[in-house]
Design a protein around this ligand. Structure first.
Ligand SMILES: [Zn+2]
Length: 521
């Protein structure tokens, strides 16, 4: 497909020449691209429309002024006039064999710094090939807010399919003959003008409709009086039986005509294959994919009875539930349908706790809420147990840095409980915020205590990236005494010594016994 497009585009480049009066057309389309330039020193005014100077002391920049020579009104610019430019898109409609080609160009008018004269650059940037698609040139840049910039350079263009909603067809168009254009194509007798009249509030023009009319089904749908479906001529352009084209039996045709059904309604009809019980009306505003999901799992009616809304969240939750139980079984479990989120959490927790539920009474519990709450408690405890063993492991890693002098001792947080207790005693957040980084080895938490009262919190200290990152007395106080600071300095020296020693030990197997405290003191 991509190569076919490339070949076709090259063919257009080669065979579709610009028309005879193209230059004139461009000139006419850019008549409004003019300014008046004010010279700051000489107070001269220059009109880019007639290339004449005039003189008027009273005129200011940004005013709209009528040129006395050509009588055209233009905006006045100062010395940075060369930053001003104008853009205008224009359209050229051509034909290659039986293919209609709509080519979109941008004219860019700009002003040279010295000559003051207007220059124009005209470059093609979009091609609409009715029946094939819309294409943008590689010189187009679309930003995330839908804004579009066309770059004017001479690089060779390549084309890629455009799937957005821009029309590109409501610009000044080089004159062409509609009848001659469609002659010999499959659009020759298509009800294009009728369509424009019937749906006039859409503001479609002739060229817009070509993108719909280029499919054979356009004319067919119109003649079947399925007017609203004409907008989907491309999707419904399937040959063969009625069923093949519409996905429903021909017995629905009268209903489809009477209701002049939209494509959305056709999708619903396809899904339900019935019109009874007002299903089409009832589900008209719901997301068709979500409905499909529920229908496929045979829980649509039950779901809609329990939940008055159907959004992506509910579908995601249902999909999660579907990992643990076959969704169609939810049909007979209104408690789960009524408490979708709680039920999802219940199944998820049971799985996390490896409870391996198999029986009906576990998978579809009668007292869902209380069983959910029980599992939640269990999860919390098991989390705590996990944290405890991890904190202890961390303690074992760091215990080598325990150090004391004759007044203070410093040691790593030995347990989860001790961290929580430190937080409580000190009024800091070490109990909540630092547990995870501590056990994940992102940071080190040490407690400094007085030897005389080892159980009482005194200083909480965070050691990270080779230095003390935070140290706090009770209630975030930082009024450390000289003695306390000296103790911490000694501890740092001790740590460094331990680390060096470890390095040394790995180098030389030869172990020398150090009397550590003496070495440091
Ligand atoms: Zn003028």
């Amino acid at each position: 497909m991509k190569e076919e497009i490339d070949v076709l585009m090259e063919k257009i480049d080669r065979r579709c020449k610009l028309p005879k009066h193209w230059e004139e057309f461009i000139k006419n389309s850019t008549k409004e691209h003019r300014i008046i330039i004010k010279d700051r020193f000489q107070k001269n005014l220059y009109c880019t429309n007639c290339n004449n100077y005039f003189f008027d002391k009273t005129i200011k920049v940004r005013e709209y002024v009528k040129c006395p020579n050509c009588k055209k009104k233009s905006e006045v610019y100062g010395m940075n006039y060369n930053r001003k430019s104008f853009e205008q898109s224009v359209i050229l409609v051509q034909k290659l064999n039986k293919q209609v080609i709509i080519r979109v160009f941008e004219i860019w008018s700009y002003f040279m710094e010295n000559s003051k004269k207007v220059n124009r650059s005209c470059i093609e940037y979009a091609r609409i090939l009715p029946g094939i698609g819309k294409f943008l040139g590689s010189n187009v840049y679309m930003n995330m807010f839908g804004g579009m910039t066309v770059y004017h350079n001479n690089r060779k263009l390549w084309w890629s399919k455009y799937k957005g909603y821009r029309y590109f067809t409501h610009f000044p168009t080089y004159p062409y003959n509609k009848k001659r254009l469609l002659k010999g194509t499959n659009m020759e007798y298509a009800p294009i003008n009728e369509f424009i009249d019937k749906f006039s509030y859409y503001g479609y023009n002739f060229l817009d409709v070509l993108s719909l009319a280029a499919y054979g089904s356009f004319e067919l749908l119109w003649n079947m009086k399925l007017y609203n479906l004409c907008f989907y001529s491309k999707d419904l352009n399937k040959n063969g039986s009625f069923y093949k084209r519409f996905g429903v039996s021909k017995s629905f045709l009268k209903y489809m005509q009477d209701k002049n059904i939209s494509y959305r309604e056709l999708m619903l009809l396809r899904l339900f294959q019935k019109t009874e019980d007002g299903v089409i009306e009832k589900y008209k505003y719901y997301n068709i994919n979500y409905l499909r999901f529920l229908v496929k799992n045979k829980i649509l009616d039950e779901f809609m009875q329990s939940n008055n809304d159907l959004h992506q969240n509910e579908i995601c939750v249902l999909k999660e539930i579907g990992k643990y139980i076959p969704l169609r079984k939810l049909k007979n479990y209104p408690k789960g349908l009524n408490n979708l989120y709680i039920y999802r959490d219940y199944l998820k927790m049971a799985n996390e706790l490896a409870l391996n539920y198999k029986s009906r009474k576990d998978l579809f519990p009668r007292n869902l809420i209380s069983r959910h709450d029980k599992l939640q408690k269990k999860i919390k405890i098991s989390e705590d147990i996990e944290f405890q063993s991890k904190t202890y492991k961390r303690y074992l890693e760091l215990v080598q840095y325990t150090y004391s002098d004759d007044k203070y001792i410093i040691f790593p947080a030995p347990s989860l409980e001790s961290l929580k207790d430190e937080g409580r005693q000190q009024g800091n957040c070490v109990g909540q915020l630092y547990v995870t980084p501590y056990i994940d080895k992102e940071t080190e938490i040490f407690f400094v205590r007085k030897l005389a009262d080892v159980n009482k919190s005194f200083i909480t200290l965070e050691f990270k990236n080779g230095r003390i990152k935070q140290k706090e007395l009770r209630d975030h106080s930082r009024d450390f005494t000289k003695e306390q600071n000296e103790f911490l300095e000694k501890w740092i020296a001790y740590r460094n010594f331990i680390d060096k020693k470890k390095k040394y030990e790995t180098k030389v197997k030869d172990t020398i016994k150090y009397d550590l405290p003496k070495q440091v003191a």
